[in-house]
Design a protein around this ligand. Sequence first.
Ligand code: SF4
Length: 147
Amino acid sequence: MRAKPDTAEAALQVRAIYAEWESRPIQRHCTGIADCCRFKLTGRTPYLTRGEALVAARAWKAAGRKDVVVPADGSCPFLHPHTGKCRIYDGRPFGCRTHFCEVAGGPAHRNDVRDLIQRLEDIDIRLGGSGAVNLPTAAKEAMDRAK
Ligand code: SF4
């Protein structure tokens, strides 16, 4: 019988991948203006592996939240409606760190992220996932699984 994946361990591994990305000498300039978090505005939504969704859901729960509610304007459910700040910034997904902001430098070069994405995909498989899922759906599923 296959062992149940250790979600705490998986979350640590995902955070280690984020830390490794942040330590790479690649210039990023996230200014927190959050335009990339307004998915209808950009026409692009981040896709999350299960491990990323797990880290986001844990951060959301740590902030005392029980549910993920998608705003009517189609923005990210983690975006604060008044301050325009990410409410899980420390636990935000990989795509938010590497791909979704022209101001921050545009999409990271594939060669700079390929190995880290592979590790995220390996964790996804270990957690029973079958590939990345759009952020609102992935986050809701992660919250449900953690209930
Ligand atoms: S998780 Fe945070 S940084 Fe990523 S899209 Fe949502 S609000 Fe923006």
